[in-house]
Design a protein around this ligand. Sequence first.
Ligand code: 13P
Length: 364
Amino acid sequence: MTHQFTTLSAAQKKELHETALRIVCPGKGILAADESVGLMAKRLAQVGVENTEENRRQYRQILFSADDRINGCIGGVIFFHETLYQHSDSGVPFVKMIKDRGILVGVKVDKGVVPLAGTCGETTTQGLDGLSDRCAQYKKDGAVFAKWRCVLKMSDSSNPSKLAITENANVLARYSSICQQHGIVPVIEPEILPDGDHDLRRCQYVTEKVLAAVYKAMSDHHVFLEGTLLKPNMVTPGHSCSTKYSAEEVAMATVTALRRTVPPAVTGVAFLSGGQSEEEASVHLNAINNCPLIKPWVLTFSYGRALQASALRTWRGHKENQKAATEQFIKRAEVNGLACQGKYTGGENRTDNGEHVYGSTHAY
Ligand code: 13P
C-alpha cells in the first residue's frame, strides 16, 4: 500500500487553496492569453497581421489594458513565456498591469504536444524536463498558477486509446505535483478535441473515461486537489455531428460527466471554449450553471478564442481600432462573468453568427 509522505506543509496547502479560490471566486473566470508563438502566427494571419514579437505585444496590450470593468469578471490571466516579460507602450510590465488590479498571473508551462508512437495519430505533451526550475523562476516573476494542456482525439472506435488516456493522465499528474511543490496552482487541461461526427453521448462517455483516469493519476501522485483547478472540454457533439442538441442537453451531459468523475475537493472547473463561437460558449456556460443537479465545484470559464475572437477581428493590426477591440474583449468578459453565475440572459450582447471560431485542431 502506498504511503502518502507529507510533501506539502499546512501553510503550503493553505496558500494553494486560497490561490485557487481567488482565481475562480464567484463571477470570475480565466482569460487564456497563452497562445504560443506558432499559434499566434495562425491567429494573426487570419486578420492579415505579421507574426512579429512587436505585433504580439501590441495585441496582448489590447487585452491587458482593459479598464476596471474586467476586475469583477477575470480572476486570472494565463500568459505565454514571452508575454510574461513584455511591457506596455508606456513601459509598465504586463505582469504589473494585471496584478495591480487584483487579477492573478498564470503561465503556460508545457512545451506542446508530440506524437505518441504506435498510436493512430495520438499525442502526449512534453515539458517536464527542467519544469521544477522554471516553476521556481516563474513564481519569483509573479506567477501563482500554471497551465498544462494535453490533447485527446476521438474517433469511431480506436481513439482515444488506453495508452493515450493513461499517458496523458500521468503527465498531468506529474506536472501538478511539481507545480504544487513551488506554491503554484496547476490548471489541469485534458482537452478532448471536438473534431469528428460523434454524438453527445459518446463525448460524455469518453470525457468520463478521461477524467476518471486523470483523478486516479492525481491520487497516485499525491496531488492536493483543493489546490488545483480543472480545465476540461464541455461535453458537446462533434463539430460534424448532424444531430443538434440544446444548451440544456449539453449542460446535463457535462455536469453528469463531471459528477461521476471529479472529486468535490477540486476547487473549481474552468472550461475551455474549444472552438465554440463566443456566444455559444457563454450560453453553454450559463446553462451548465443552471443545470438542476448538485454541483459541488465552481463552474466557470478559462476561454481563449471565446474571449478574444471579436477583439482580434476588430483590431486587425490598426492602431485606431485598439480601443474598439478592447471594448469587444470587455464585453465578452462581462457576459461570461454573468454566465458563470447562471445569470446571462443572452440576446443583446450577441457579437457573432454562432459560427465556430478558428476551427478546432489547434495547439497552444
Ligand atoms: P480555447 O478556449 O480557445 O479552447 O482555449 C483555451 C485554452 O487555453 C486551450 O489550451
